[in-house]
Design a protein around this ligand. Structure first.
Ligand SMILES: [Ca+2]
Ligand SMILES: [Ca+2]
Ligand SMILES: [Ca+2]
Length: 300
């Protein structure tokens, strides 16, 4: 339950939230407000999107000095408050889900030379693989279409919402914590990528089992039950890519028409460093990118 809703509870009958809270107290469990609540929305033809409720809270956005000396755009950090709970896609949007909006889109293949020219390569267009090769504007159009279907405001997450949800209360480089086996939590550029692109920059010491993008939800989720925030495909955000410290009031949430957008989370084609919670890069909003997809926010 979001803080807003909890605050609006009157003296009437107990709500789901108060019952859950009482249960948690009875069990001696400190239940974070909102974390873990789920709902589904129907895209038609029996295809659903599962959403996880992300609670109100505050976090440090960006990387502490020394986490990744090459990535200076992650500093300086800022304390950012998420003042309103929201619903975030539990998974990246899949090809099957996207096809209900745009049946003509084909995420296609990654061929052995990475160019879709030489051989059939590795499929990226399976129904449960994440959609990619869609622009940020396409992602926004999908969200608008979905919002009209379900009668809610739907959009890609802001850059702050994305990092807050990715961290899920952690301040380590990855939400699985320091010392965890990343290959159990993420699909990144591991030894398998050598089978597709022998020259690719990759971490040959790790084996996540996937050559290119794989079905969403194959790895372990983060502490808030969100999958593939690290890796698989990178994800569009609604926010202009501007220098830190992050300030939502400086116009970055109203990007200029062709201003580059922040893209988050890294992909199957990125080294672990580029899949960290704080990692940022950017593309023009009109540019479809072979390893960039998105997930949806549904506002409360
Ligand atoms: Ca991989
Ligand atoms: Ca991802
Ligand atoms: Ca960067």
């Amino acid at each position: 339950m979001g803080e807003d809703r909890a605050n609006s509870v009157g003296a009437g009958a107990p709500t789901y939230g108060t019952i859950l809270g009482a249960l948690a107290l009875a069990c001696g469990v400190a239940l974070a407000q909102g974390a873990g609540a789920e709902r589904t929305v129907d895209l038609g033809n029996g295809v659903l999107i599962t959403l996880v409720q992300v609670p109100v809270g505050e976090f440090t956005m960006g990387a502490p000095e020394g986490e990744s000396p090459l990535d200076l755009d992650e500093q300086p950090t800022a304390r950012v408050r998420i003042g309103k709970a929201f619903w975030l896609g539990k998974f990246e949007v899949t090809n099957q889900q996207y096809a209900l909006f745009d049946p003509a889109h084909n995420t296609g293949w990654i061929d052995t030379h990475g160019k879709d020219r030489v051989g059939p390569g590795v499929p990226m267009n399976g129904p449960s693989q994440p959609v990619a090769r869609i622009s940020c504007l396409d992602a926004e159009r999908f969200c608008k279409w979905l919002g009209e279907r379900i009668g809610s405001t739907c959009r890609p997450p802001t850059e702050a919402e994305w990092e807050y949800a990715c961290r899920a209360g952690t301040s380590t480089a990855f939400s699985c914590g320091d010392g965890a086996d990343l290959a159990k939590f993420a699909n990144f550029a591991d030894a398998n990528l050598g089978n597709l692109k022998p020259w690719a920059i990759r971490d040959n010491t790790q084996n996540d089992g996937a050559v290119a993008s794989c079905d969403v939800g194959r790895y372990q989720p983060n502490p808030w039950g969100l999958y593939d925030m690290h890796g698989n495909v990178c994800e569009w955000t609604a926010t202009a890519y501007r220098p830190y410290p992050y300030d939502p009031g400086n116009g970055r949430e109203q990007p200029k028409p062709n201003e580059e957008r922040a893209v988050r989370g890294g992909s199957w084609d990125d080294m672990p460093r580029r899949c960290r919670s704080a990692f940022r890069l950017s593309y023009r909003p009109t540019q479809p990118v072979y390893n960039v997809g998105f997930r949806v926010v549904v506002e409360e």
